[in-house]
Every structure is written in structure tokens, then in C-alpha cells.
Design a protein around this ligand. Structure first.
Ligand code: PHE
Length: 342
């Protein structure tokens, strides 16, 4: 009769070699089931014990237990190794090569106000205008006095002015730059002046306390309303990308005489009447007029020799029409979404 345990020594070596040969945790689990599982080798060996004589059964039983312990130890130790390997591999996968070229990134876009402003500047510089700027915090002289809006005159109320503690004015319109342009240049003068203006307005879909205007000023000899009309009509056609119906209405601004408003036919309803044009079919777009003689005078220009036209468009409304943006707040809240492009 063979020694009841000799064959089992070979099996210890066998299970240890198999465990080492497992290259991943899946293979190791198969090994565990094959050797240590309920239907595995070792369970089979234990079951066969019953057929043995009692004395041999004890010896062989002890040897099978030793095999089971060796198999368990081999499995555990290989499991530890493979788990560490898996962790290392995960770390490797997450390793950042700081010298590698970066992948494609979503590109930012220019703000619609900037985009349209570039077009407007391009248009006017092509006509010989230059861009002039002025401070956003103005004094009363440039924002009001020189524009023929005397102190305590009710016209000042029109602009819902903010005042600082030192009675400085966050400018209510870019018309203040007209004054600065006439003070610092000699006619003929052709300037446009884009910039932010500030008014104490309740903010809603069509009003904001801070918005953009683009001012235009031309001073020369024999300037008439016809020049202004042509300038504004070509501007609007250019901005809208097509000819749109326009009309002029008389309007009052203290710094122009005569004053007018240019309306364009509503692009949202083609003049039929909708909520955006408040049923009128027209959108009030650009106020303007001929520079008031008193304004020329305040800037040291002789009104008998020089005339001028001026306009000051609310630029945000232009941008909204052009890009189909129906709420002015969208221009400033950083979650801009273009809806429609005309
Ligand atoms: N500054 C005026 C406003 O803000 C607009 C305007 C500018 C009107 C130039 C006439 C001439 O309302």
C-alpha cells in the first residue's frame, strides 16, 4: 500500500506553481474554485477519506488539510501580489505627462456686442471717421452743461442720472464724448465713440442700468439733415445685412436742432405689429439731429461757419435685433445663447 500522503506533496508544489502562473485576479479566482471550491480537488480528496481504513484516514486527512492550507496560502499571497499590480496599473493609467501636447479645447467666442461693434467701427473708419473715447465717470460740464442741458433744467431728469458722492456722473450717454472731440480737434471732425453708459433704470427685458451706446459726430461746413439721413440709412442697411424700411420722426434732444429719431421696420414681424415693437410695426433705433448752435459755441466753434450732425444709438438693441436676442439681460449675464441671426 502506498504511503497515504506522498502523492499530496506533489500536489502542494502543483498548486503553488499554478498560483504563480496566474497573471490576473480572474485566473486566480478560477484556481481557487478548482482547488478550494465546494466541487474542487481538495473537497474531492476529503470525500474520498471515508473509504479508507481508520488509521490511514487520519494520516491522509492531516496531509489533505496541509495541502488545503498550502493552497490557501498560495492563493492569498498571489492575490496580494496581483492586487498591488492592479493598483500600480491604475496609477499608471492616471499618470499625467506634463510635457505631452494638450488636446483640443473648446474655443471661446467674441461677445455679440464686440462682434457687431467691430463691424460698425469698420464701416465708419471706411468713411473717414475715427474712434474717440472718453471717461465713463464724467463731470457735469461734459455730460450736461455743454450739451445745452442747464443745471436744474427738467431735461436732466430724462437721463435718470446716478451721482457719486463727489457729484461725478457715471455718464448717462456717450454724447459727452462729442464735447471732448470738439474741444480737442479742429473741424472737419468725424468721430464715432462706442462705450458704456449708466442710468438709474429698473432692469427688465428691455432696460438695463448699464448698456452700450455708439455716438457719431460730424462737423464740417454745409452739413444738412440729408447727410445724417444717408449716413444712418447706409449704417442700418449694413448692420442688418439688407435694406430695411426706415422712417424719421421729429424728436427733442437739447443738444440737437432739429432732432429726430430713426425707426426701422420691426425685423421680428416685418412691420405687421408684435410684442417686441409693441404693435406699431416700427422699432425706435437711432436718435440724432444737427448739432445745436449752442453746443458748437460751448466748444469754441462758430456756428455760422460750422455745422454738424450727431447721433447716439443704443447699441444693445442693435445687437439684439441682429442676433435675435430677446432679453437685454442675456447680453450681460454670461450665459449667452444666440437664438436667431438676421
Ligand atoms: N444722447 C442721447 C441719448 O442718450 C441720444 C442722442 C445722441 C440724441 C446724439 C441726439 C444726438 O438719449
Amino acid at each position: 500500500m502506498m504511503d497515504g500522503a506522498a502523492d499530496l506533496d506533489g500536489r502542494v508544489i502543483e498548486v503553488q506553481a499554478e498560483a504563480l502562473a496566474c497573471v490576473d485576479l480572474g485566473a486566480l479566482e478560477e484556481l481557487r474554485l478548482r482547488w478550494l471550491g465546494k466541487k474542487g480537488e481538495i473537497t474531492g480528496l476529503l470525500k474520498s477519506l471515508g473509504a479508507l481504513p481508520a488509521e490511514e484516514r487520519a494520516r491522509r486527512g492531516a496531509a489533505i488539510n496541509a495541502l488545503r492550507d498550502s493552497a490557501t496560502a498560495a492563493w492569498e499571497s498571489r492575490k496580494g501580489e496581483l492586487e498591488r499590480k492592479a493598483e500600480d496599473a491604475a496609477l499608471d493609467a492616471g499618470w499625467i505627462d506634463v510635457t505631452a501636447p494638450s488636446g483640443a479645447r473648446p474655443a471661446g467666442r467674441l461677445h455679440p456686442i464686440t462682434l457687431l461693434l467691430e463691424e460698425v467701427i469698420d464701416h465708419f473708419t471706411g468713411l473717414g471717421f475715427e474712434v474717440a473715447t472718453g471717461p465713463e465717470i464724467e463731470d457735469e460740464f461734459h455730460n450736461f452743461d455743454a450739451l445745452n442741458i442747464p443745471k436744474d433744467h427738467p431735461a436732466r431728469d430724462v437721463w435718470d442720472t446716478f451721482y457719486t458722492d463727489r457729484r461725478e456722473i457715471p455718464r448717462t450717454h456717450t454724447s459727452s464724448v462729442q464735447i471732448r472731440a470738439m474741444q480737442t480737434r479742429k473741424p472737419p471732425i468725424r468721430v464715432i465713440s462706442p462705450g458704456r453708459v449708466f442710468r438709474n433704470e429698473t432692469i427688465d427685458a428691455t432696460h438695463h442700468a448699464s448698456f452700450n451706446q455708439v455716438e457719431g459726430l460730424l462737423v464740417d461746413r454745409h452739413v444738412t439733415i440729408a447727410h445724417l439721413k444717408h449716413t444712418l440709412e447706409t449704417l442700418v442697411a449694413k448692420l442688418m445685412g439688407r435694406k430695411v424700411e426706415t422712417r424719421f420722426r421729429p424728436a427733442f434732444y437739447p443738444f440737437v436742432e432739429p432732432g429726430l429719431d430713426l425707426d426701422v421696420q420691426c425685423v421680428f414681424c416685418a412691420g405687421v405689429g408684435c410684442s417686441i415693437c409693441k404693435g406699431s410695426g416700427w422699432i425706435e433705433l437711432i436718435p440724432g439731429g444737427l448739432v445745436h448752435p449752442k453746443v458748437l459755441d460751448a466748444c469754441g466753434l462758430d456756428p455760422d461757419q460750422w455745422q454738424g450732425f450727431a447721433f447716439g444709438m443704443g447699441f444693445d438693441r442693435m445687437v439684439m435685433m441682429r442676433y435675435g436676442i430677446d432679453d437685454i439681460r442675456r447680453l450681460y449675464d454670461g450665459r449667452l445663447q444666440l437664438v436667431r441671426q438676421f
